[in-house]
Structures are given as C-alpha cells and as structure tokens.
Design a protein around this ligand. Structure first.
Ligand SMILES: O=C(O)Cc1cc(O)ccc1O
Ligand SMILES: [Fe+2]
Length: 471
C-alpha cells in the first residue's frame, strides 16, 4: 500500500488534511472542463481547492470561521419543513451578501411578468422562432433578454408558474441575477450558457437543462447568439417524479444530475445585483463579486441534467401512453398527482406499439400544455412548429396531430421504428390556467395567425356501411 505523508505538525491537522485530499480526489467528476458532483436531492459539500479545508468541522457557526470567512445560510424551505423536504445550504464566503446599497427599480421592458391585464384567449397558439437581435444592433444580456410569454398565479402568495423566453448576445458583465419569487428551470435552445453561481460554475448547452432555485445568485456568459426557454415555479421545488410500479430505476436517474464545486471570485469591482421580487425587477450595487463563496455544504443547490440520459419507458404492446411517462422533473401542488408544472420531454426512442395510432392522440386536457422545440421536428406537427418557437394549448383547448401527420400515421406500416431521432421537444404541463402576456399576444410579433389551418383539412372518413374503412 502506498503511504501518503502529509506535511503537518499536528496529527489531527494531518488527518483533516488527508480527509480533504481524499474528498477532493474521489468525489467530483470532470465534464466540459468543469468539476461537478453527482446526485439529486443529496447532501453535498465542497471547498475551493485553494482552501481545501475551509469548511468548519462538526458545526455550522464557529466563533470565527476558517480563513476569516463569514458563514451565511441560504434557506430553500421553512426552517421547520419536515426533514425529507428541508433544504438549506451554508456558505463560507469572503463577505456576507448583505453588503450592498439599497435596491432601486431596474428598468426592463417585458420581463416583470404581468398577465393580469390581458384578455383571455382559449385558442390554440403557436409562436414562430423568437428572433435573437444582433449584438451590434442591440446588445442584450440574459437578464435584459428575458420576456414573459404566459403565466398564472402570484409570487406574493407563492402560488403559480410562468413561462419566459430569453434571447441574448452578450455576457452579464458585472451583473448577477437572483429570483426571490421561485425556481427557474432553464432550457438553452441555441448557444451555450456559461453560468457562474455562488456554488461554482456550470456549463449548459442545448440538450441540457439547469435548475437555479429561489434566492440563488447567478450570472450568465454567452459566446454568441443565444436563445432558450424558462419555466418558473412559485410554489415548491422541482422533484424527480415517483416511479411507482416502474421500480427503483428509469426516467431521469438521480446520478445523472450534476452540481458545481466551490470556486471563489475575490474580485473587488462594481457589481449590480438584479433581483426579481414580487414579479418586479430591482437592482442594488456593491463593490465586490457576489461569487465569493470559498466553501459550502448543504442540499439546496443548482444542478444540471443532460436530456440524452433520460431512460425512456413506453408501451411494448398496444396504445399511445400518456406523456406523463416522459416526466423529467415535477413541481407538485398540494393536490395529489397534480403538478404546478411537469417538465416533460419527447426524446428519441423506438416506437413498437402494434395496431396503434402512434403519434399523440386528439385530446382536450384539463391541464395547460406549453411546448417548445430544441432541435428537429415534432411528430404531431411535421411543419410549422420550429426550433426556438413554441405552442400553447390551454385548458380544454382541442388539439392533436395536423391533417398530414394523421393521414401518414393512420396508413403507416407498423414496424419497429425510430421516433424523434435528432429531435428534442418538451412540454411544461401545468394544472394552472395560463394567461398570455401582452408580449406573448402581440409585442413579440411571432404569433402564427394561421396555426388553426393545420387542422382544417382533417376530413370525415366515416362510412356506416364499412367497419374496415380505409382510415
Ligand atoms: O399535445 C401534445 O402534442 C403533447 C402530448 C403528447 C402526447 O404523446 C400525448 C398527449 C399530449 O398532450
Ligand atoms: Fe396535448
């Protein structure tokens, strides 16, 4: 066995140093040039390798913290939430985040969400891809490029959700964002998000998602034209769905979620902290980086997930299974089995169901369905629903395959077939009745006024004399 010698004058210190070396060597995994820790909902601990023993031992608030750091707790649940739901993280940082000047209104055109004034619209809605302005004409960072499309509820009573689009072309230089209203699930569609958080760095590209939870400060750098979707939930945090009879494995496996490792920035320079609070934006200035966390431990963390890791489960006999089988993450409401919002994907898979109309069925849902497309073409709409665009089928609004997809699938030879190869569509399914903002209805100028036409050619094939009618 190889003996490690540790240069230290006390055995206790040497033991601690050894422990920290082992912790650093064995835990984190390298991906896209960054280190991450694996797992969902577990308890993590991380220290910047420049101060590997920065976490206090055996307590959270020593009289003085190692390296002269400040201890600061970020709560993700009520102090008294049951153990299985309780979430919090302890930061050991260079300065406490309270050192800032007072918050004042942050000017922004479309993001502070306001859907209350717009008239309800029960129609099927489809948006063409949201244009990304050119950096020379209109430099736009992640925060300034956020636009609210639709939502319901009110962050003041911590109930509801919202859907936003972001289009941007420049990094958030000297600016950090923080959402006091709820959790953000970010889905880049074009361009990579280089995200700095108080917990460390994450890189999230198309085909991956990240969740940045309530109160976590972050900044987004981009390398060019960038676009994506955001689901915001006010009520609860996202969870992995229950697997029930599926068993212990499948869908999104916990080990495929990745959380950053501590990496501090000790820069002393002007910073703007932009805060969404009660649906409005505010900013405060300070003279140091908000990303000055040297070490942290806890179970309230940002994480990312690559959608290609989703283990797809489906019918291997007959019938189209409800899309809940493709749920990656769910934010539950208080009603059993009824989500504030489910994040559902339609990943590449095999279609093998026999004697079955394989695409989505026609339906009217008691939930709202917001869909987006990251890449490829969606099986129920071969044309018109484009990457970077979106659709909304509201509560009770009829929808289903367009005429062309219906005919094709009704007459198709049912051999095992790849479905959605090179495609990644997703859906936010919410029990709330989403209202579309003024931006979503008109100001975005991407509403496809002709969407309804895709169903008009659907004809009657009914023949009361022929049970084996051609369709
Ligand atoms: O409307 C949609 O395209 C989404 C959807 C897909 C599916 O396979 C079944 C139901 C459903 O709402
Ligand atoms: Fe649907």
């Amino acid at each position: 066995m190889k003996i490690l010698t540790v240069p230290c004058n006390s055995p206790f210190k040497a033991y601690k140093l050894l422990l920290s070396i082992f912790a650093m060597a064995s835990d984190p995994a390298k991906k896209d040039g960054l280190l991450y820790q694996s797992g969902f909902g577990n308890y993590f601990r991380s220290a910047d390798p420049r101060c590997p023993d920065a976490l206090p031992e055996g307590q959270n608030n020593p009289q003085t913290c190692p390296y002269g750091l400040y201890a600061e707790q970020l709560s993700g649940t009520a102090f008294t939430a049951p153990r299985e739901h309780n979430k919090r993280t302890w930061f050991y940082r260079i300065r406490p985040s309270v050192i800032h000047r007072p918050f004042t209104t942050y000017p922004h055109g479309h993001f502070p969400h306001n859907w209350d004034g717009t008239p309800p619209n029960p129609n099927q809605l489809r948006w063409m891809p949201f244009p990304i302005p050119s950096a020379t004409e209109r430099p736009l960072d992640f925060v300034d490029g956020l636009h609210t499309l639709c939502g319901a509820g009110d962050p003041k009573v911590r109930h509801g959700c919202a859907v936003h689009i972001f289009t941007c072309n420049r990094s958030m230089d000297g600016k950090a964002f923080c959402n006091s209203d709820g959790d953000l699930l970010l889905i880049p569609q074009q361009g990579i998000l280089y995200i700095t958080t108080e917990f460390g760095k994450l890189t999230v590209g198309p085909g991956e998602i990240t969740v940045i939870q309530q109160g976590m400060r972050f900044a987004v750098d981009v390398a060019g034209p960038t676009r994506g979707y955001v689901l915001e939930v006010f009520d609860n945090h996202f969870q992995l769905p229950q697997l029930g009879l599926i068993g212990a494995n499948g869908l999104a496996n916990p080990q495929d979620f990745w959380t950053p490792v501590a990496l501090y920035d000790d820069a002393v320079k002007p910073y703007r902290i932009v805060n969404k609070f009660q649906g409005s934006l505010f900013e405060a200035t300070q003279d140091h980086s908000p990303f000055d966390v040297v070490a942290w431990h806890g179970n309230y963390v940002p994480y990312k997930y690559a959608l290609q890791n989703f283990v797809v489960i489906n019918s291997v006999s007959v019938d189209h299974i409800d899309p809940s089988i493709f749920t990656v993450l769910t934010c539950p409401s208080d009603k059993p089995g009824t989500a504030i919002a489910d994040f559902v994907i339609f990943p590449p898979r095999w279609g093998v169901a026999e004697n079955t109309f394989r695409p989505p069925y026609y339906h009217r849902n008691c939930m709202s369905e917001f869909m987006g497309l990251i890449v490829g073409s969606y099986e129920a709409k071969e044309g018109g629903f484009l990457p970077g665009g979106a659709s909304l089928h509201s509560i009770g609004t009829p929808h289903g395959p367009d005429a062309e997809s219906f005919e094709k699938a009704s007459l198709a030879e049912l051999k095992p077939q790849r479905v959605a190869d090179g495609t990644m569509a997703f859906m936010f399914e919410t029990s709330l009745s989403l209202a579309v903002t003024k931006y979503g209805n008109e100001e975005c100028r991407t509403v496809d006024e002709k969407y309804f036409e895709c169903w008009q050619p659907l004809k009657s094939y009914f023949d009361p004399k022929n049970r084996n009618a051609p369709i």
